[in-house]
Design a protein. Structure first.
Length: 540
């Protein structure tokens, strides 16, 4: 028995015999990998040998009649248990899973051990599946690789026959007088440059193929795309084939996947997958949400690799302008990427996408109408912050405040409760003005900005945001316009909404104390600082 497991199967055999018992397991088998290294995955075996265990038979195998005590033990054992019957004359071992034990019509229990289930190399595959245990990290990685490779090979094998017929089908169409090369060129033979040129010119909506030819194109595309490694040229050919086969969602998904891979690369050559359809609109039959996401990712990839994106931005504008809640996920994704790319440099554009996403969000769904991905909702505060960091004009500020009205309330509140967020935003206006030469500064302009934030804050119950804006005005009055009395009045004469907010009052008391200190009014500074400390919240 141990020779079969150790030598024939190259597994590890560990005896577990318990003297004085006839129902306990006799051994543990530990599965090893192809290098003979233990994996930590095990099963248990109860072994019976001799002629008496082969007397009662069926056409399919041998009948074993375990006692109640055996069955209870098997069912309570920590590992899966197999019963092994050893023919001592032929040295052949037969096995069966004890999970298959069943009540006999004669009373008691019955387990059939099939003649076809012999222990040895032929049992490795099925018993490996029976064994349990997470295994080592090495084991888990290898098992995952084997599963992935097996699935890939299975798919490739299934496709081989259809792919072999692909060229034959095209030749048959040609011989029948169908101008296949003119209408549907043999995409597999086009160079990358020619493929991109052709893809930017063809109208995929025209010239429908018959069902069998479409199947051949799909098979050829899958044969290309499901290789263990894939080149950009292969991905582009697969996309073109799927479009010719009118598999619009599949084509868009493959395109998106390929673009994302290109976006992650440090450098791409010309041409690249990001150049496919860069000079023409995406086929309209690709679902709108998928077209939006594809264009969003293509723009991100092309920006990273120094390609022009103006035409693609124009198409993305057009696509998002007709989006409905069904495309809400895609528009939110576009808003996120535009916030990252242009939130600081061109906030008006990023804010426009943010507002479009916010208007769709209440009823938005994921791709294909599925649930909206909750992880994307966590990006709202980040988008708000990125867009705030680029505000430089009153128009931008007004658009950003309008966007705050429309974004999910939880995201808006998260931004407005964050001291660093609101103070940083308010400070940036007076800090930017302070960088100018004294004769070029317009503090009235800064007061207008900050007063707009104050008014918005009062209308939305945002005491901390009001305090951040008022704090900026206090700094301007005291340190740049040298009007201490007005500065202190601004810090102390505030609406009830703000006076009742400890966090807001801490910001104002602290900045009032700073103004006293700045003008060398030390006693007043001490009193104001003590007042600030008295209301200082733990989160400040």
């Amino acid at each position: 028995m141990d020779a079969i497991v150790n030598l024939d199967m190259r597994w590890i055999y560990r005896p577990q015999d318990k003297p004085g018992t006839d129902y306990g397991v006799d051994a543990h088998f530990e599965v090893t990998d192809e290098d003979g290294v233990e994996t930590g995955r095990q099963l248990a075996a109860q072994v019976k040998g001799g002629p008496s265990y082969f007397r009662e038979t069926t056409d399919d195998g041998f009948i074993n009649r375990p006692s109640d005590r055996h069955v209870r033990y098997w069912r309570s054992y920590a590992l899966p248990v197999i019963l092994v019957l050893v023919d001592t004359d032929t040295r052949v071992a037969y096995w069966a899973s004890t999970d298959h034990v069943q009540r006999s019509s004669k009373g008691g229990w019955k387990l059939i051990v099939p003649r076809s289930q012999t222990l040895g190399p032929q049992a490795i595959g099925v018993l490996s599946e029976v064994a349990v245990g997470g295994g080592t990290a090495r084991t888990q990685a290898r098992m995952e690789d084997r599963r992935a490779t097996a699935e890939l090979r299975r798919r490739v094998d299934e496709l081989e026959v259809v792919v072999a017929n692909y060229i034959t089908q095209l030749a048959t169409l040609q011989s029948a007088g169908v101008a296949v090369e003119k209408v549907h060129p043999d995409v597999l033979r086009l160079s990358f440059v020619d493929l991109i040129t052709w893809g930017n010119q063809i109208e995929f909506e025209t010239g429908a193929l018959d069902v069998q030819t479409r199947s051949a194109y799909v098979a050829a595309a899958e044969r290309l795309f499901f290789r263990e490694s894939i080149e950009e040229h292969d991905a582009a050919k697969a996309i073109a084939l799927l479009l010719l086969a009118e598999e619009w969602p599949k084509a868009g998904s493959v395109f998106l996947y390929a673009i994302e891979l290109a976006r992650m690369l440090a450098k791409i050559d010309k041409p690249s997958i990001v150049d496919l359809f860069a000079e023409t609109e995406l086929p309209r039959q690709i679902p709108l949400d998928l077209r939006i996401v594809v264009r969003t990712m293509q723009i991100a990839a092309r920006r990273k690799h120094g390609r022009d994106v103006d035409a693609l931005l124009a198409e993305l504008d057009a696509l998002t302008s007709v989006a409905t809640p069904l495309e809400g996920f895609a528009v939110t994704a576009a808003a996120f990427w535009e916030s990252r790319a242009t939130g600081r440099s061109a906030p008006a554009r990023a804010i426009r996408y943010l507002r479009a996403a916010a208007r769709l969000r209440p009823d938005a769904t994921g791709v294909g109408g599925g649930p909206f991905p909750s992880e994307l909702d966590r990006t709202w505060p980040l988008m708000i912050d990125l867009n705030a960091s680029g505000l430089s004009s009153r128009a931008d500020l007004d658009a950003w405040l309008a966007a705050l009205d429309e974004v999910p309330a939880a995201a808006r509140d998260a931004f407005l409760r964050d001291e660093l967020d609101v103070v940083t935003l308010a400070n940036r206006f007076w800090l930017a003005e302070s960088q100018k030469a004294p004769g070029e500064r317009s503090w009235r302009h800064v007061h207008n900005f900050l007063e707009a934030i104050e008014q918005w804050s009062l209308g939305h119950g945002a005491g901390l945001f009001f305090a951040a804006a008022r704090r900026g005005r206090v700094v301007v009055k005291g340190e740049y316009e040298h009007e201490l009395a007005q500065s202190i009045r601004l810090a102390t004469e505030v609406p009830a909404l703000v006076r009742e907010d400890r966090h807001a009052m801490f910001l104002l008391n602290e900045i009032a104390a700073s103004q006293f200190l700045y003008t060398e009014h030390y006693l007043e500074a001490v009193i104001a600082f003590r007042g600030a400390l008295a209301v200082r919240p733990s989160e400040s």
